[in-house]
Design a binder for this molecule. Sequence first.
Ligand SMILES: CC(C)(COP(=O)(O)OP(=O)(O)OC[C@H]1O[C@@H](n2cnc3c(N)ncnc32)[C@H](O)[C@@H]1OP(=O)(O)O)[C@@H](O)C(=O)NCCC(=O)NCCS
Length: 176
Amino acid sequence: MDGVKFLHGMQIPPEHHLRIAEEVSRMTREYQGIMLVKAPAEIMPQLKKEATVAAVIERPEGLELVGFVTLWDLKVEGVLELGTLGVFSQYQGLGIGTELVRIALTLNGKHRIIATAKTSKAITALIHGGMAMWDFTSLPLAIRATTCCCSGELGVDCTKADGACRLLKANWSKKT
Ligand SMILES: CC(C)(COP(=O)(O)OP(=O)(O)OC[C@H]1O[C@@H](n2cnc3c(N)ncnc32)[C@H](O)[C@@H]1OP(=O)(O)O)[C@@H](O)C(=O)NCCC(=O)NCCS
Protein backbone atom coordinates (compact mmCIF):
# COMPACT_ATOMS: atom_id res chain seq x y z
CA MET A 1 0.00 0.00 0.00
CA ASP A 2 3.09 2.23 -0.12
CA GLY A 3 2.26 5.57 -1.72
CA VAL A 4 -1.50 4.98 -1.63
CA LYS A 5 -3.53 7.78 -0.05
CA PHE A 6 -7.11 7.41 1.12
CA LEU A 7 -9.17 10.56 0.53
CA HIS A 8 -12.75 10.90 1.65
CA GLY A 9 -15.17 13.03 -0.35
CA MET A 10 -14.40 16.35 1.31
CA GLN A 11 -10.66 15.82 0.65
CA ILE A 12 -10.84 15.08 -3.08
CA PRO A 13 -9.81 18.27 -4.90
CA PRO A 14 -12.72 19.41 -7.13
CA GLU A 15 -10.44 19.73 -10.15
CA HIS A 16 -9.95 15.93 -10.01
CA HIS A 17 -13.65 15.06 -9.72
CA LEU A 18 -14.38 14.50 -13.40
CA ARG A 19 -11.29 12.35 -13.99
CA ILE A 20 -12.00 10.25 -10.89
CA ALA A 21 -15.66 9.84 -11.84
CA GLU A 22 -14.60 8.64 -15.30
CA GLU A 23 -12.14 6.17 -13.78
CA VAL A 24 -14.73 4.81 -11.35
CA SER A 25 -17.15 4.41 -14.25
CA ARG A 26 -14.44 2.55 -16.23
CA MET A 27 -13.87 0.27 -13.22
CA THR A 28 -17.58 -0.59 -13.00
CA ARG A 29 -17.61 -1.48 -16.69
CA GLU A 30 -14.45 -3.59 -16.28
CA TYR A 31 -16.21 -5.56 -13.52
CA GLN A 32 -19.64 -5.58 -15.11
CA GLY A 33 -21.65 -8.44 -13.63
CA ILE A 34 -19.94 -8.07 -10.26
CA MET A 35 -20.30 -4.29 -9.92
CA LEU A 36 -23.32 -2.26 -11.00
CA VAL A 37 -22.29 -0.13 -13.97
CA LYS A 38 -22.30 3.58 -13.10
CA ALA A 39 -22.00 6.58 -15.39
CA PRO A 40 -19.60 9.41 -14.45
CA ALA A 41 -22.65 11.66 -13.89
CA GLU A 42 -23.88 9.29 -11.17
CA ILE A 43 -20.51 9.29 -9.42
CA MET A 44 -19.91 13.06 -9.52
CA PRO A 45 -22.39 14.02 -6.72
CA GLN A 46 -21.01 11.24 -4.50
CA LEU A 47 -17.51 12.74 -4.69
CA LYS A 48 -18.51 15.66 -2.48
CA LYS A 49 -19.76 13.40 0.31
CA GLU A 50 -18.04 12.05 3.40
CA ALA A 51 -19.64 8.77 2.35
CA THR A 52 -17.06 8.34 -0.41
CA VAL A 53 -13.47 7.14 -0.12
CA ALA A 54 -11.00 7.11 -3.00
CA ALA A 55 -7.63 5.35 -2.88
CA VAL A 56 -5.21 7.33 -5.03
CA ILE A 57 -1.55 7.61 -5.91
CA GLU A 58 -0.12 11.05 -6.58
CA ARG A 59 1.61 11.04 -9.98
CA PRO A 60 3.32 14.00 -11.69
CA GLU A 61 0.48 14.00 -14.24
CA GLY A 62 -2.24 13.96 -11.54
CA LEU A 63 -4.08 11.62 -9.18
CA GLU A 64 -4.22 7.99 -10.28
CA LEU A 65 -7.34 6.23 -9.00
CA VAL A 66 -6.49 2.86 -7.47
CA GLY A 67 -9.69 1.98 -5.62
CA PHE A 68 -13.03 3.38 -4.64
CA VAL A 69 -16.05 2.92 -2.41
CA THR A 70 -19.15 4.97 -1.73
CA LEU A 71 -22.30 4.80 0.38
CA TRP A 72 -25.51 5.23 -1.58
CA ASP A 73 -28.53 6.67 0.20
CA LEU A 74 -31.34 4.14 -0.08
CA LYS A 75 -33.77 6.83 1.11
CA VAL A 76 -35.46 4.28 3.35
CA GLU A 77 -35.17 4.48 7.12
CA GLY A 78 -31.83 6.31 6.89
CA VAL A 79 -30.03 3.21 5.65
CA LEU A 80 -27.00 3.55 3.38
CA GLU A 81 -25.78 0.91 0.95
CA LEU A 82 -22.06 0.41 0.64
CA GLY A 83 -21.39 -0.07 -3.06
CA THR A 84 -19.26 0.71 -6.08
CA LEU A 85 -16.45 -1.00 -4.17
CA GLY A 86 -13.54 -1.79 -6.43
CA VAL A 87 -9.78 -1.89 -6.69
CA PHE A 88 -8.04 -2.01 -10.08
CA SER A 89 -6.57 -5.48 -10.66
CA GLN A 90 -2.88 -4.54 -10.42
CA TYR A 91 -3.46 -3.23 -6.88
CA GLN A 92 -5.66 -6.02 -5.52
CA GLY A 93 -4.61 -8.22 -2.59
CA LEU A 94 -2.71 -5.43 -0.82
CA GLY A 95 -5.36 -4.58 1.76
CA ILE A 96 -6.67 -1.54 -0.15
CA GLY A 97 -10.26 -2.82 -0.47
CA THR A 98 -10.35 -3.64 3.24
CA GLU A 99 -9.01 -0.19 4.14
CA LEU A 100 -11.58 1.54 1.89
CA VAL A 101 -14.38 -0.29 3.67
CA ARG A 102 -12.90 0.36 7.13
CA ILE A 103 -12.61 4.12 6.50
CA ALA A 104 -16.09 4.41 4.97
CA LEU A 105 -17.61 2.66 7.99
CA THR A 106 -15.58 4.72 10.48
CA LEU A 107 -16.59 8.03 8.88
CA ASN A 108 -20.25 7.08 8.78
CA GLY A 109 -20.61 5.28 12.08
CA LYS A 110 -23.96 6.82 12.94
CA HIS A 111 -25.66 5.24 9.94
CA ARG A 112 -26.90 1.73 9.47
CA ILE A 113 -25.13 0.32 6.43
CA ILE A 114 -25.76 -2.70 4.24
CA ALA A 115 -23.82 -4.21 1.36
CA THR A 116 -24.32 -7.09 -0.99
CA ALA A 117 -21.49 -9.07 -2.49
CA LYS A 118 -21.12 -12.26 -4.45
CA THR A 119 -17.39 -12.97 -4.69
CA SER A 120 -15.42 -14.41 -1.79
CA LYS A 121 -12.79 -11.65 -2.19
CA ALA A 122 -15.40 -8.92 -1.77
CA ILE A 123 -17.04 -10.71 1.16
CA THR A 124 -13.64 -11.11 2.87
CA ALA A 125 -12.76 -7.43 2.37
CA LEU A 126 -16.15 -6.37 3.74
CA ILE A 127 -15.81 -8.58 6.80
CA HIS A 128 -12.20 -7.52 7.48
CA GLY A 129 -13.34 -3.91 6.97
CA GLY A 130 -15.93 -4.23 9.75
CA MET A 131 -19.16 -5.70 8.35
CA ALA A 132 -20.96 -8.86 9.39
CA MET A 133 -22.73 -11.43 7.26
CA TRP A 134 -26.50 -11.31 7.61
CA ASP A 135 -29.67 -12.86 6.28
CA PHE A 136 -31.80 -11.00 3.68
CA THR A 137 -35.00 -12.01 5.44
CA SER A 138 -33.89 -10.16 8.60
CA LEU A 139 -34.18 -6.79 6.79
CA PRO A 140 -37.39 -4.75 6.77
CA LEU A 141 -39.25 -5.29 3.48
CA ALA A 142 -38.91 -1.66 2.40
CA ILE A 143 -35.12 -1.91 2.59
CA ARG A 144 -34.97 -5.29 0.88
CA ALA A 145 -36.96 -3.85 -2.01
CA THR A 146 -34.38 -1.12 -2.62
CA THR A 147 -31.14 -3.13 -2.62
CA CYS A 148 -29.53 -3.81 -5.95
CA CYS A 149 -30.01 -7.54 -5.92
CA CYS A 150 -33.36 -7.84 -4.23
CA SER A 151 -35.70 -5.54 -6.08
CA GLY A 152 -38.83 -7.36 -7.06
CA GLU A 153 -37.82 -10.58 -5.37
CA LEU A 154 -37.31 -9.08 -1.90
CA GLY A 155 -34.30 -11.26 -1.28
CA VAL A 156 -36.33 -14.41 -0.98
CA ASP A 157 -35.86 -15.71 -4.48
CA CYS A 158 -33.20 -13.47 -6.00
CA THR A 159 -32.77 -14.00 -9.71
CA LYS A 160 -30.59 -10.99 -10.50
CA ALA A 161 -27.69 -12.20 -8.39
CA ASP A 162 -27.98 -15.84 -9.48
CA GLY A 163 -28.52 -16.93 -5.90
CA ALA A 164 -24.90 -16.31 -4.91
CA CYS A 165 -25.37 -12.89 -3.39
CA ARG A 166 -24.66 -12.36 0.30
CA LEU A 167 -25.89 -9.58 2.55
CA LEU A 168 -23.60 -7.83 5.01
CA LYS A 169 -24.52 -5.24 7.63
CA ALA A 170 -22.68 -2.72 9.80
CA ASN A 171 -23.71 -0.47 12.68
CA TRP A 172 -27.07 -2.18 12.82
CA SER A 173 -27.29 -2.67 16.57
CA LYS A 174 -27.13 1.10 17.16
CA LYS A 175 -30.71 1.67 16.04
CA THR A 176 -32.54 -1.61 16.51
C1 LIG B 1 -13.26 -7.06 -3.87
C2 LIG B 1 -12.10 -6.09 -3.92
C3 LIG B 1 -12.66 -4.68 -3.80
C4 LIG B 1 -11.19 -6.37 -2.73
O1 LIG B 1 -10.15 -5.42 -2.74
P1 LIG B 1 -8.63 -5.86 -2.44
O2 LIG B 1 -7.85 -4.63 -2.26
O3 LIG B 1 -8.20 -6.81 -3.48
O4 LIG B 1 -8.85 -6.62 -1.05
P2 LIG B 1 -7.82 -6.69 0.17
O5 LIG B 1 -6.43 -6.68 -0.34
O6 LIG B 1 -8.21 -5.69 1.17
O7 LIG B 1 -8.16 -8.09 0.75
C5 LIG B 1 -7.77 -9.15 0.00
C6 LIG B 1 -6.91 -10.04 0.80
O8 LIG B 1 -6.28 -9.46 1.95
C7 LIG B 1 -6.67 -10.18 3.14
N1 LIG B 1 -6.82 -9.25 4.28
C8 LIG B 1 -7.12 -7.94 4.20
N2 LIG B 1 -7.17 -7.40 5.43
C9 LIG B 1 -6.89 -8.39 6.29
C10 LIG B 1 -6.79 -8.46 7.70
N3 LIG B 1 -7.00 -7.38 8.49
N4 LIG B 1 -6.48 -9.63 8.26
C11 LIG B 1 -6.29 -10.72 7.49
N5 LIG B 1 -6.37 -10.71 6.15
C12 LIG B 1 -6.66 -9.57 5.56
C13 LIG B 1 -7.93 -10.80 2.76
O9 LIG B 1 -8.21 -11.97 3.49
C14 LIG B 1 -7.72 -11.14 1.32
O10 LIG B 1 -6.95 -12.30 1.15
P3 LIG B 1 -7.08 -13.16 -0.18
O11 LIG B 1 -6.71 -12.23 -1.35
O12 LIG B 1 -6.10 -14.22 0.02
O13 LIG B 1 -8.48 -13.61 -0.26
C15 LIG B 1 -11.28 -6.23 -5.23
O14 LIG B 1 -10.78 -7.53 -5.31
C16 LIG B 1 -12.07 -5.90 -6.48
O15 LIG B 1 -12.17 -4.76 -6.89
N6 LIG B 1 -12.64 -6.94 -7.14
C17 LIG B 1 -13.42 -6.75 -8.37
C18 LIG B 1 -14.69 -5.92 -8.15
C19 LIG B 1 -15.50 -6.41 -6.98
O16 LIG B 1 -15.62 -7.61 -6.73
N7 LIG B 1 -16.11 -5.46 -6.25
C20 LIG B 1 -16.93 -5.74 -5.10
C21 LIG B 1 -18.36 -5.80 -5.49
S1 LIG B 1 -19.36 -6.17 -4.08
